[in-house]
Design a protein around this ligand. Structure first.
Ligand SMILES: Cc1cc2nc3c(=O)[nH]c(=O)nc-3n(C[C@H](O)[C@H](O)[C@H](O)COP(=O)(O)O)c2cc1C
Length: 340
């Protein structure tokens, strides 16, 4: 299928060559450095930081450094959220100074905490203000600037094509569209066909996002939307290799670093240890729990509720690791479907 092979082709974004067209979506609380390094190693075309609150970063409050720090990944893309032009510009300058190769602006987050501050998807309600933020960021940095948005605020305000066109006119290098409105949050099914209206509005690279979990889905979203690439988020829960395995299947090559059944325990333990060292043990234990839960649900669903609970609530890393190893003995890696 030629469109599948297309996914293995590089994509040029603002003069940067992105190695293939299957990307990891930014997910706050999930796509930290440990996760992005894994997704990159498996072959994801592009990985994106968790969103960084521009006001916090610009005011020098601690906590954002970990999110903007440059990992050992060729293209370091940092996503900023916010509503004030000065803070977005200053945060973009700081991120660029820390080595960001691309600055992405979040215009899609539906969370009340974010839109309560009129950032994220609330910016779609006020395109003039959204464009003023884009202009401020573009004016502040030399690196390419991109935007991630939804279809619009609600069914009555599907203004992604208009906002994308204005973003392109301002000099944005790529736009990603999640095929839902803000008011849908994550309900229903992403409307892949509706993304085509954005395709018809812009000629910069367009990335389609929403509910993609397999190579088949990736082909379908590109067919329906006319987008240049696909971005995948939640399908990576418990499987950081999903984007890479789809890109590899498209290239007709094996997925780099894909753990086989025997190596799965080592893989999960290495991810766990990477998180403990990234956050420190106390915060790392808390941050790692959701990942351990996803790994167990996906690859070791046979374990007893007691074992699962002991792993999820364990506060002694060595004991958690011993239990993980026991749990994954005999587990099956559920990756065939994704690569199909
Ligand atoms: C837990 C979680 C955190 C997210 N955080 C961000 C974020 O920081 N920035 C952003 O642009 N989108 C964020 N998203 C949205 C995803 O990037 C993506 O657009 C959405 O999940 C739809 O894609 P999917 O169906 O492949 O998951 C988040 C989604 C989830 C589920």
């Amino acid at each position: 299928m030629p469109i599948l092979a297309n996914l293995a082709e590089p994509l040029v974004v603002g003069g940067l060559s992105i190695r293939n067209r299957v990307f990891l979506a930014p997910m706050s609380g999930i796509t930290d450095e440990a996760f992005r390094l894994r997704a990159h190693a498996h072959g994801a075309g592009l990985v994106v930081s968790e969103m960084v609150a521009s006001g916090e970063l610009a005011k020098g409050r601690t906590g954002s450094e970990r999110r903007i720090r440059r990992p050992d990944i060729p293209v370091h893309m940092v996503q900023l959220a916010g509503r004030e032009a000065w803070a977005m510009a200053e945060a973009a300058r700081i991120a660029e100074g820390e080595g960001a190769d691309i600055i992405d602006i979040n215009m899609g987050c539906p969370a009340k905490k974010v839109i309560g501050g009129y950032a994220g998807s609330a910016l779609m309600l006020d395109p003039d203000h959204a464009v003023s933020l884009i202009d401020a960021v573009i004016g502040a940095v030399k690196v390419p600037v991109t935007v991630k948005m939804r279809l619009g605020w609600d069914e009555g305000a599907l203004n992604a094509p208009l906002l994308a066109r204005r973003a392109e006119a301002s000099g944005v290098s790529m736009v990603t569209v999640h095929g839902r409105t803000r008011c849908q949050f994550y309900q229903g099914k992403a409307d892949w066909r509706a993304i085509r209206r954005v395709r018809d509005a812009v000629s910069i690279p367009l990335i389609a996002n929403g509910d993609v979990a397999s190579g088949e889905d990736a082909v379908a979203i590109l067919e329906h939307s006319g987008a240049d690439a696909v971005m995948i988020g939640r399908a990576h829960y418990g499987a950081p290799w999903v984007a890479g395995s789809i890109a590899s299947a498209a290239a007709g090559s094996p997925t780099p670093g894909l753990p086989d059944i025997a190596a799965l325990a080592d893989y999960v333990v290495a991810h766990y240890e990477a998180m403990l060292s990234l956050y420190g043990v106390d915060a790392g234990l808390r941050q790692a729990r959701k990942h351990l839960g996803w790994y167990l649900d996906r690859h070791a669903p046979q374990i007893s509720p007691e074992t699962r609970r002991a792993i999820m609530t364990g506060t002694e890393p060595a004991a958690v690791i011993a239990r993980l190893r026991a749990a994954f003995a005999g587990a099956e890696v559920q990756f065939d479907k994704e690569a199909a």
